[in-house]
Structure formats: structure tokens, C-alpha cells
Design a protein around this ligand. Sequence first.
Ligand SMILES: [Zn+2]
Length: 590
Amino acid sequence: MQYKQSPWNLSDLFPAHDSPEMKAAFDELEGKVIEFEAIRPALSAEISDDTFMNAVRAIEAISRLANLIGSFASLRFAADTQDQSIQAFQSDVDSRMAVISNRALFFSLWWKGLNDQEAERLMAVAGDYRYWLEEMRHFKPYTLTEAEEKIINIKDVTGARAIVNLYDTLTNRYTFHLDAAGETKELTRGELMVYARHYDPKLRAAAYQELYRVYSQDGIILGQMYQNLARDWHNENLDLRHFGSPLAVRNLSNDIPNDVVDTLLEVCQKNTSVFQRFFRLKARWLGMDHLRRYDIYAPVAKTEKKYGFNDAVDMVFDAFERFEPRVAELANRVLEQNHLDSEVRKGKSTGAFCATVAPDITPWVLVSYLGKPEDVATLAHELGHAIHSQLAAEHTLFTFHSSLPLAETASTFGEMMLVDQLLAEEKDTSVRQALLFRQVDDAYGTVMRQAQFAIFERQAHELIQQGATVDELSAAYLENLQNQFGDAVEVSDEFRWEWISIPHFYQTPFYVYAYTFGQLLVLSLYQQYKIEGEAFKPRYLRLLTAGGSQSPVKILSDAGIDVHSAHFWQGGFNVIQGLIDQLETIPVVK
Ligand SMILES: [Zn+2]
């Protein structure tokens, strides 16, 4: 089989955005919503099992059709972001979908309003929809009266949400200036931070200095915005709703018990020395006696090695095949059905993703394949996502998609399988080095950096309750950095402003630890695989097959994994240690 780079084919969804089929789909959607609205009078605590299940299936059918239309719009857009007719189509789809979700909102409101006994009777007959129904009710114990909820909603628009909007508006306008290649460039933040990965150490330093010069000019204002958001979080969630802690609010929406998150963060805190060792090693490779915070993402490997696309696909399939032939088959489906866009084209969305539309439809995958070793790893990663959702295809539309903490399991695992195989076969040390540095750089960014963010957020929310000033928060942030880097990395003073530049802290408090959870989980699973071999495979496949049909902790414990145990999380760090051990065996060349 010869694989060639090509754009994907979306005709399994629709022939075109302006096709008669698309128009018919909108008409069908409208019809389904009208039918669903007709069920409304039947919704009561005494509703029959059959009528209830009809209502559930009706929303599923609406969501499915809405997904097909919405996915077509976003995939067409990703394939050509410069096509104005698609841009217009996409905004039209967005606004129509917002109207539809409002029209269907009555169901979830009614459902959350039932008492536990009434809900339990219906969940008992709901089969695979059960977890989806259960999850909607999680916030019920923390829900206030309807009048109170309405007031909060109304006041939020001009309160907390308005502050977040102001933060976004203000910071999105920032422009940055950098002297590079003999000229002063005006850059966006994204463009500026490309220089954080530049070969020239002076440019790396200049990029960060400029970033925090600009942010710190508004430091007091941005800091005050954060203080108000943290106070609002406390006033609403702890005082009114009676959550036990600021972090507990996020844990409930992730459906992860508080003690699991505490254990996860403690284990991360205990392992700061793992990355300190990596940064010392990196300094040696860069020929510096000390790494500066500016150099964390400095490029080390200088490999020129390119892999042809066909070879890359063969290598990825080969790695999957060795693990389990069925896994390779599912990955192959994406290529067979022409659902992979691997070309490099002008106007195509940058980055890589896998889009899952519905359980019975093979996902679409986008990468821009250039042939570097990391491009092969990215291909394995995105095909891993496609494998995960296909393995879970037996579930309903609402329960096949894995929840956030488990979403990166198959993708990262697939990537690890590929990298392991490449490392075993590749003789060229510069390629080995490129792969290893990429793995550990990524692990730092997703595991330790995000864990430290969460640890800081927890501390900041507490400090704000005690009346901390913006300067005191910045000092606490700097101390956090010094703790995590120890004497391995020199942190200059302007990094005290980093915290006001992290949008997640403002938009979605405590979101960040989900990255840590997901990545460390996979690393730890991978270690179990290395130890147990064949015995591990059925457990792992069961985990993927569960999709999002139960809580993450239940899915994991069914697969024999105890996320309450510090030992389990430590396994993930052991894998990172192993990667660093391998790096240490490669002789330094300068
Ligand atoms: Zn991913």
C-alpha cells in the first residue's frame, strides 16, 4: 500500500456548504426540534419510562444532526481558513445552533429539578445514557433557588464575565516589539513567543523581557481583575453554594474526587527534582553553565533527518500493529476513508487535531506533515485520538466521547509506542536526541508547569481571602517558580508577572490540572504496560472502550487503576526519569 499526502474528503458529511443536502439537513433539524418541543407538556415527575426515553432519544437525534452540520462547517474552515464564504457559513451555523440549544434547554432544567428518587427511577431504565443524566445533576446540591440563580445569572453578565471580557479585550490588543535580524518587528504574543524557542539565547531573553514589560505596565489593573474574580468565586461558590474549597468546584465539574487531585498535586510537588535534573542536562547541551528561565524551551537537537510520508504511515501502523492489530485497523480506517488531511497548504489551519463527529462515523484528522521526527509522532498522536473514539463507538452520542481527564489517553499512549519503537531502531543520535528532548519538553509543559499553576492558584485564592495585595501575589508567584526550579534554573525578576499573563487563571479557574492529570496518567499507564506486557492490553482496551460512559475514576478503577494512590502517579514520573536517563547516555556534541 502506498500512502500519499492529500487533503481530506468531507463528502461523508455533506457535498458542500451550499448544497441541497445541507439545506435539507437544516429543514430536518427544524422538524426534529419542533417534535421535541411537543414533548414538553409530558415532562413531569410521573412521566412514563417510554415517554422519557423518547425524549432522551429525541435530543440525541437533534444533537447528532447539529454535530454533522457544525463539524462540516468547522472542518471546511480548518481546511481553508481564508475562504470567506465558509467563514460566513460558519457564523451562520453558530448563531442557528445557539437558538436551537436555547429551545431545547427546558429538558435539562426539568431534569435537574426532579428529586433524587424521581430521577433514580428514570435513570434505572436509561441504560447507557445513565452517566450523562447523572452528570447533569451533579451540581444540584449546590444549586440555589430559581430566583437566586436568576439573579446570579443576570449579575454575572456585567460582573465576573464582564471582567473576563475586559481582561481578554485589554490583553488581546497588546503588541510587542523585538529587534531581530536587524529590524524592529511589531508582533502579537503568539509571534513573539516563537522566539522563546529560537537558537539565539539573546533573542530568547529579549522575547520574555518584552512580554512581561508589556504585561507589567498594566500589572496593577490585571492583578485587581484577578483579585475580584477570585473573591467572586469565593463569595458565590463557598459562601452561597457551600462548596468546601475553591478547587472543589472544578473537581466536581471534572467528576474527580478532591483527595485524588490533592494527591496528584502532592506527588508533582515531590518530583520537582526530576525536571531540575533535565534542565541541568539541557544547560550542558546548550553549552551554558546555568540554564536561565528564558532557555527552558531552547532547541537542542539539530537533526536534518526527514521521513517520507509513506514511511511515516508504515512506522505508525507498525507500532500500533505490534500492540494490537485491531488498533492498527481502526487507524487505517481514517486513511482508507480519506478522512486524513496531511498536506501542507497555504490557508490551512496550523497545528493538528482529530475531530470526532458521532459514534458511527470515522473521525477526521488534520496534520501538516513536513517529515520531521516530531511530525511522525504527531501523526501517531492524532490517530490515537481517532482510535479511542472508534473503540467507544458502542456508546450513545452523549457517552462515547471521553471526558477531559481521559481525553489524551490513547493519543499520548500511541505517541509513546511510536517513539519507543523509533528509539529502539534509530541509530542516528541526533534523531534520538530530538525525539527524547521533545518528549521531556512536552512532559514539563503539560505535567509540572500546569501542576505548579494549579498549586499557585490554590495559594492565590487563599491569599486574596486574607487581603493580599497585587505585589504580594507576584511575590508568591516568584517563590513558586523558585521552588519548582531550585538552583537548576535562574529565574529573573520580571517572571513575577507571569501569573497575570495566564488567561486560564481568569477564564476557567483551576482548569490547568486536567492537563497534568491526563498526561501523568498516560505515562503511568505506559509504565504498567512495560512491566506487565500482554496482561496489560485487555485492561487498557477496556478503559478506552468505556469512552465517557462512566466517571473517570470508575473507568480507571474498572481497569485496575487506583488514582487515589500516590504510587500510581509516581509511576508517571518514573517514565520521565527513564527518558532523561536515556538522554544522559547520549554524548554531548557541540
Ligand atoms: Zn491530543
